[in-house]
Design a protein around this ligand. Structure first.
Ligand code: C5P
Length: 232
């Protein structure tokens, strides 16, 4: 196995098979583009388990993803893809950078989901783009952007419904997509409380990475609560 890529929370390794990679989930937590850092024991294990459940759920609903199978506590086997340099965000309830940027209060349920795309670039702090920027920068074509929006909004409906059954509100989340060897765009990366804001329906308790970002309580307890609810 050769280390091909190391991100803030994951490593990607090559395998003997040309078209498969291994994703390894680390315990590192970062926020504010790496300004706040910590190692949180067992976070990687929880995110691997939660992501596995989410990818399996989406696969059952005919969404194409890079997930092949779970191979250990911290590792999943995935299809080789070339990650598009875009972070795709959906918001159902106001929170996070949207509130900070425009001064809107946190917790307002939106009439329609908001779809955002950002340029995946740490040096520039993942700036938000519109379609014209993304096309001009040759990050994606108009057709690809149309597909990303439609696929992401479909995934939002599936995830919202899935979490609601577990008494969780899906506030917002980030997805990444990649191109497989046949040129198909498929869902990649991870789906975990690192990348989704999840609030308890009754209490609005935050069970996601905002616990770390804003010192709202034990992160592992929040992630364990999410895992136990979605494991049933
Ligand atoms: O910070 P912001 O409010 O824009 O984040 C929206 C959603 O996207 C949150 O669920 C957050 O966890 C996720 N996100 C992410 N990785 C980033 C930026 C945002 O997972 N680099």
């Amino acid at each position: 196995m050769m280390l091909l890529y190391e991100g803030k929370a994951k490593q990607v390794y090559s395998t003997e098979k040309e078209n498969e990679y291994i994703v390894y989930f680390k315990d590192d937590a970062t926020a504010f583009n790496g300004e706040k850092k910590a190692e949180i024991s067992s976070k990687g294990i929880l995110n691997n388990k939660i992501s596995t459940i989410m990818f399996e759920m989406l696969h059952e609903k005919q969404i194409s993803t890079h997930f092949v199978k779970n191979i250990s506590e911290r590792e999943m086997l995935v299809k080789k893809v070339e990650i598009l340099p875009l972070e795709v965000i959906v918001r159902n309830i106001t929170a996070g950078s949207f509130c900070k940027r425009v001064g809107i209060e946190e917790g307002i349920v939106l009439d329609e989901p908001i779809f955002e795309i950002c340029y995946k670039n740490d040096e520039y702090g993942d700036p938000m783009l519109n379609d014209d920027h993304a096309v001009a920068m040759k990050l994606a074509t108009r057709d690809e952007l149309k597909f990303l929006r439609e696929e992401t909004l479909k995934i939002n409906e599936l995830m919202k419904e899935f979490f609601l059954k577990m008494n969780l509100k899906l506030v917002d989340f980030k997805l990444e997509f990649g191109k497989d060897s046949e040129g198909n765009i498929i869902l990649a990366d991870e789906i975990s409380p690192d990348t989704c804001r999840l609030w308890d329906v009754d209490t609005n308790e935050k069970l996601d990475k905002d616990r770390f970002r804003r010192d709202l309580g034990d992160l592992v307890k929040g992630y364990e609560e999410v895992l136990s609810r979605i494991s049933n």
